[in-house]
Design a protein around this ligand. Structure first.
Ligand SMILES: Nc1ncnc2c1ncn2[C@@H]1O[C@H](COP(=O)(O)OP(=O)(O)OP(=O)(O)O)[C@@H](O)[C@H]1O
Ligand SMILES: [Mg+2]
Length: 415
């Protein structure tokens, strides 16, 4: 074991792979990635753990690889959470500021955030994050930090993320089963945002779109605060399935072909570029153009982008995205992914590669690792008490409650 500086491990349990990233925090808060481990995982469907045993084996392998590379032993991990069971909504609360002189204090902010959280939850659901958005002091709106202002009425808006307790438990069981402790769980789109967005973009308005294997996660910021998070249940795996059906090859072969020859946008593919599809069963080997392959891929990518555009339209947020879209996740690696997004959604688009760290830049600077790197950055941000607390459920979920209580506190400071 290496001499222990402060180390943080991010654990991205994705639909296609588990990825463990170990970061070493320097005395001035800089982060060096010193270990990266990945293992293909088949224990999840659309971001949700379905097979705990398979998932925990992948977690073990990914963490071991990262440990070997870094020389650290990992115990506590920051874990990402996503999937269709996650729901997010905005809520508001109002309080009277009855303080002498009417100067708003942190205590008033805490009270209004508490008031805004008072929303009924369906049975079996728990709050994962409560992220303050903006405040209104008397009639002055869009205030990020009202402490020190003068007023008699304080209104606060928060973004509330909830999850299904049984699905959170499965995730925690897989992590604990691999011999690790959950320091915290973080909504994956928030973690990815931390790795790929910069503050100027969040101020101008930006949508982070993480195209994973099972889901496409969206996080929208404007005026430097989070406005919306969601998960669309379509990702790169469906693109692979389309290629598999279209070319009549098994999924594994389709995945290779997609990565090697695929393109998201037919208009960008050279007309005469060909590749060979190996024969399978009674089908002989044949030659195909990359244009034919792109014709299979493009409709599914268009479907993903149209779903994103529909959300933006429905939320009325189109006009507030001055910095456009930032695409990340493995699905964004398809050539033409950004160009197609621009043509479907009609906003400027850039590719988001994780940044904000040194060390193993070559291994970690890929959109596939946006969530993993983001989790390390979240771990660094969460340097307060409770970063190495216990986890997993008691019969009534009390320990989950503890964990989730801690999460809401620190996340509120960073998003
Ligand atoms: N070079 C590449 N070209 C095209 N697609 C790629 C490439 N590399 C990875 N992908 C695709 O990216 C997807 C996996 O992305 P990622 O690793 O971000 O997903 P995940 O985190 O496992 O899943 P999720 O976030 O949905 O739970 C797969 O569909 C894969 O085919
Ligand atoms: Mg992912």
């Amino acid at each position: 074991m290496a001499s222990q500086g402060r180390m943080v491990c991010g654990l991205d349990i994705g639909t296609t792979k588990v990825c463990a990233i170990i970061g070493e925090i320097g005395p001035t808060g800089t982060i060096d990635v010193i270990g990266v481990g990945t293992d293909a995982c088949t224990g999840l469907r659309k971001g949700v753990v379905m097979n705990i045993q398979k998932t925990l084996e992948s977690i073990r392998k990914a963490v071991e690889e990262a440990e070997l590379m870094s020389g650290y032993d990992v115990r506590d991990v920051f874990v990402g959470i996503a999937g269709a069971h996650i729901q997010a909504k905005n809520s508001r609360g109002v309080i009277a500021v009855n303080r002498k002189g009417g100067i708003i204090a942190q205590d008033d902010v805490d009270r209004v955030i508490e008031a805004a959280q008072a929303v009924p939850l369906q049975p079996g659901r728990r709050m994962l994050h409560v992220v303050p958005q903006t405040f209104v002091v008397d009639d002055q709106a869009e205030i990020l930090d009202p402490v020190g202002m003068n007023g008699v009425r304080l209104e606060g808006e928060v973004h509330i993320v909830t999850g299904d307790v049984s699905k959170v438990q499965s995730l925690l069981q897989a992590v604990e089963g691999a011999g690790l402790r959950v320091a915290d769980i973080v909504l994956e789109p928030l973690a990815s945002s931390m790795a790929v967005l910069d503050e100027d973009e969040k101020e101008m308005g930006v949508a982070m779109v993480d195209i994973g294997g099972g889901t496409t996660d969206v996080a929208i910021f404007s005026g430097s605060c989070i406005r919306h998070t969601s998960s669309i249940p379509i990702g790169g795996d469906l693109v692979t399935t389309d290629v598999s059906y279209g070319l009549k090859v098994p999924k594994g072969r389709a995945e290779e072909i997609k990565k090697k020859h695929g393109s998201a946008m037919q208009a960008l593919v050279p007309r005469d570029s060909c590749f060979v599809v190996p024969g399978v069963g009674a089908n002989d080997q044949r030659e195909l153009t990359r244009l034919e392959l792109a014709a299979i891929i493009e409709p599914r990518m268009v479907e993903i982008y149209r779903s994103v555009a529909a959300e933006l339209r429905q939320l009325g947020l189109y006009q507030s995205l001055g910095a456009g879209l930032v695409l990340t996740g493995g699905g964004s690696l398809l050539p033409g992914a950004a160009e197609l997004a621009h043509s479907v959604i009609g906003l400027p688009v850039r590719l988001g590669t994780p940044r904000g760290f040194g060390g193993l830049i070559d291994s970690a600077s890929t959109p596939k690792h946006a969530t993993g790197v983001g989790l390390v950055l979240c771990g660094q941000a969460n340097s307060g008490p409770g970063t190495s607390g216990g986890t997993v459920q008691g019969p009534n979920g009390d320990r989950i409650k503890d964990l989730l209580g801690r999460m809401t506190e620190w996340v509120s400071r960073y998003f």
